[in-house]
Design a protein around this ligand. Structure first.
Ligand SMILES: [Fe+2]
Length: 398
């Protein structure tokens, strides 16, 4: 939730009559979070939202995160590296996303779609916060269309009906499924909810739907099949009418996009902690953006991140572009996982080599989680097993 918006036709007072020229009444949907106590939107539909011809278990959907058993070795505390470039592009966003890491608060997927969704999807298991590494799409939703492209974070609220329509032959995307929600960190807002002057972005940096998809005179046709995910299972509903029939809406719950290139970085006299890169958050996790920036200004500053033991947080980083100052041998599409419990830091030599640097051109998305992240079998299948040993400074004797 960024701020309140209203688009299209709405009655002057909620829960009152608004009619189509035919005399048909429009159907109000209260889309509420936190029971009825959190953020909400009013959506005004041409047709009843409760009409479905069939309801059944779905044979379509995506794999749901399951841990690799400890017997297979992932319980050992190691620094790990996964290569998403090894995932073959194929399929549509609903079905091709692959779970890599997860805990109770967040599941992390990677998707390499080559087709548009041919059904609508609503994820009842959490907000989806995507990062588009490559490609472009139109995200068609109940609130309208979002045009998204490389470098965009895309927020899809829990249970919002939507589908991805690719406008490039393929895409590569990271997805955080935030089980307790994800949004702007609370300390970026002032008491009236406005983004504060020292927040790393402004209200104007967020791209929102420009108009409802439907009008009083025209409801575009589309798929009549809706797949709903809840508790890790998928339900298929066959709908009587096109679901994107909203002619107007008002409220705080709607999808948005934010380009990582609009994130305003901060620089200090000496190295500032990773929290200054904080961008979006949810219960149990913080997503951070590492963007090109001027580095620390003290003449003796060490710009490279200090070796550290963040004893309560696991850390996963998707590398995107540029030379990440602290790492050797990682390129675009690599995801590192550095678990709490063991220290981590720059590769040997990187710390010393950074002295005197005045800029960094790195681009990366990081997530810190309070609960340990469990790798899945899909992650194990694309793991660079020698990564942990790349910190060795000497060859073992013998
Ligand atoms: Fe770290």
């Amino acid at each position: 939730m960024i701020d309140r918006m209203t688009l299209g036709l709405t009655p002057s007072k909620p829960h009152t009559v608004m009619r189509h020229a035919s005399g048909d009444i429009l159907h109000e949907e209260m889309f509420t979070r936190g029971g009825f106590s959190g953020a909400f939107s009013y959506y005004y539909h041409r047709y009843p939202i409760t009409a479905a011809l069939e309801v059944s278990a779905s044979t379509r959907g995506h794999a749901v995160a399951q841990a690799v058993s400890p017997a297979e070795g992932t319980a050992v505390l190691k620094r790990r590296l996964y290569d998403t470039n090894a995932l073959a592009p194929s399929g549509m966003p609903l079905e091709c996303r692959v779970p890599l890491l997860f805990n109770r608060d967040v599941s992390i997927y990677f998707a390499c779609p080559t087709q548009s969704d041919d059904v609508y999807f609503a994820n009842g298991d959490g907000d989806e916060l995507w990062y588009v590494q490559e490609g472009a799409a139109r995200l068609e939703t109940s609130c309208g269309v979002l045009s998204v492209a490389t470098g965009d974070y895309v927020w899809v609220p829990r249970s919002l009906i939507h589908r991805w329509h690719l406008t490039t032959p393929s895409m590569r995307m990271l997805c955080f499924e935030a089980h307790g929600g994800a949004c702007v960190p609370a300390d970026f807002r002032n008491p009236v909810g406005q983004l504060k002057l020292d927040a790393p972005y402004t209200h104007r940096d967020f791209v929102r739907p420009e108009a409802p998809i439907a009008t009083m005179d025209h409801v575009p046709d589309g798929p009549r099949e809706l797949i709903v995910k809840k508790s890790g299972g998928f339900t298929r509903l066959v709908l009587e009418k096109p679901p994107l029939d909203v002619v107007g809406w008002d409220g705080f719950v709607y999808p948005w996009a934010f380009s990582i290139h609009k994130f305003q970085p901060k620089t200090g006299l000496i190295h500032l902690p990773p929290t200054i890169h904080g961008t979006f958050a949810g219960p149990g996790f913080l997503v951070c953006s590492f963007v090109p920036r001027v580095t620390d200004t003290h003449p003796q500053a060490i710009p490279c991140p200090y070796p550290h033991s963040s004893v309560d947080c696991d850390e996963a980083i998707l590398y995107l572009k540029g030379n990440f100052t602290s790492r050797r041998g990682v390129g675009p599409g690599a995801i590192s996982l550095h678990p709490a419990g063991i220290a981590h830091g720059p590769h040997p030599g990187a710390y010393e080599a950074s002295v005197g640097a005045t800029r960094t051109d790195e681009l990366a998305v990081m997530v810190d989680t309070y609960l340990p992240l469990q790798p899945t079998a899909y992650a194990a299948g694309i793991e660079n097993v020698g990564y942990h040993d790349s910190w060795r400074t000497a060859t073992p004797a013998g």
